[in-house]
Design a protein around this ligand. Structure first.
Ligand code: PLP
Length: 255
């Protein structure tokens, strides 16, 4: 098992426009260094504590979590992909290039508040529950998602007039797209159908953002459809994924 070879194989298989997030959760920093030395610059972690401590380890090696100059090619884009509790957002918001697992309005609100406190904008994906198996219940259902998007777009007249109100818009997050996980089944036809469904939903949301033409939620940055893992990334890419999250096929199995 060779991380560099695994990455090379994946890069050959994944089209140029599709981003590869190397999911390094549960693996030691030394393995991330191996991937890093092979040119990988995007990593995904799923636990706040581990996310933060790995970022600290890399900071210690002089590798930042954001570009330190316009020509900086050494920094790492860290994606947070796991369940996030609102009391842990402080560990994640300052460092994440993208938080992919926003599964409730409540969490989005907490991220928004923390980003506001830090004077930054936080890039997020909304997680949608597309799998038919009951193991992963996380995420918005399709109808919840559409309802939430509509509430964002139409419930407020202006960002200023709504300060402090319950339906204040989220001014410190940038809605970048959707994330989802297919059922963990061998039936690739089912997996494909689930990914197709998420892709359609992505297009529907994009259209609504476009139609609403809101400066707060521009469709121009709604550009990310994160789907596909080690066992189903090919199916996900065929169904329109713009970003795959691959762990085992790069680093081997987790402890
Ligand atoms: C762990 C994880 C992955 C990677 O899974 P592999 O099967 O190891 O590729 C992708 N996405 C999420 C949300 C994960 O938690």
């Amino acid at each position: 098992m060779n991380i560099e070879d695994n990455l090379a194989k994946l890069r050959e298989e994944i089209p140029d426009g599709v981003k590869l997030i190397a999911v390094s959760k549960f693996h030691p920093a030394s393995m991330i260094v191996e991937a890093y030395n092979a040119g990988q610059r995007r990593f995904g972690e799923s636990r706040p504590q581990e996310f933060k401590s790995k970022i600290d380890e890399f900071l210690g090696m002089g590798v930042s979590y954001r570009p330190v100059s316009a020509s900086d090619k050494a920094w790492i884009e860290w994606h947070f992909i796991g369940h996030l509790q609102t009391n842990k957002v402080k560990m994640v918001v300052p460092y994440a290039s993208m938080i992919e697992s926003v599964d409730s309005e409540h969490l989005l609100r907490a991220i928004d508040m923390e980003a506001e406190r830090l004077g930054m904008k936080s890039d997020v994906l909304l997680e949608v529950h597309i799998a038919s198996d009951e193991q992963t219940k996380q995420g918005f259902s399709e109808s919840e998602l559409l309802e939430f998007i509509d509430s964002l777009l139409y419930s407020t007249e202006s960002p200023c007039s709504s300060a402090g109100s319950n339906d204040a818009p989220f001014l410190h997050v940038r809605l970048r797209g959707l994330m989802g996980m297919a059922s963990n089944v061998g039936d690739m036809k089912q997996v494909h159908d689930e990914f197709e469904e998420l892709h359609s939903l992505f297009n529907v949301v994009r259209e609504r953002l476009k139609k609403a033409d809101s400066p707060l939620y521009p469709c121009s940055i709604f550009d990310t459809l994160s789907m596909g893992m080690s066992h189903d990334y090919k199916v996900a890419v065929a169904a329109g994924s713009t970003e795959v999250r691959v762990g085992t096929a790069i680093f081997g199995s987790r402890q």
